[in-house]
Design a protein around this ligand. Structure first.
Ligand SMILES: [Mg+2]
Ligand SMILES: [Zn+2]
Length: 164
């Protein structure tokens, strides 16, 4: 049997890029938080996969397009790649209950995590979810992953000791 992997799941807005108080709608407002390169590189070196899980209900509201989101995510992956850090996948939910109906993926739903767990053969009990909202922690816990709540834009280095 193939050995299971461990992962640190990451919310996007307020964790990997600057929180604006609402959806990031323009590529020029997408500011990557450079203070997290070092701690995330350390986690990668400790054997954790890094996987992004993000609610993008602004798509349902048509505040920005899927193409704009893809460009932000491409910049995120590329910038991390330049630091020698691989973001294995970026999962996003493009639903919003008041616009295009309920879904199972929007956090606090856990379907995006469960997809990642299946695809990357992850052991949830050895994995973590770092987010800046209660719903991130709830989504993690629903998938059997330990949740770590940070303040928006708080450096991950400050919670690194919680990850064994
Ligand atoms: Mg967030
Ligand atoms: Zn969804």
């Amino acid at each position: 049997m193939i050995e299971k992997q461990k992962a640190v799941f990451l919310d996007r807005d307020g964790v990997l890029n600057k929180e604006l108080g609402d959806y990031v709608c323009r590529v020029e407002d997408f500011k990557i938080l450079e203070h997290n390169f070092k701690p995330l590189k350390e986690l990668q070196e400790r054997g954790y996969l890094l996987i992004v899980i993000t609610n993008q209900g602004g798509l349902a509201k048509k505040w920005y397009t899927e193409e704009i989101l893809m460009e932000m995510n491409r910049q995120l992956k590329e910038t991390y790649e330049q630091q020698g850090i691989s973001l294995s996948e970026i999962y996003y939910c493009n639903h919003h209950p008041e616009y295009n109906g309920k879904c199972l993926c929007r956090k606090p739903g856990s379907m995006m995590l469960e997809k990642a767990v299946a695809r990357f053969n992850i052991d949830p009990s050895k994995s973590y979810f770092i987010g800046d909202r209660e719903r991130d922690v709830l989504a993690g816990e629903a998938a059997g992953v330990k949740g770590i709540l940070i303040d928006s834009d708080q450096p991950i280095s400050e919670v690194l000791e919680l990850i064994k």
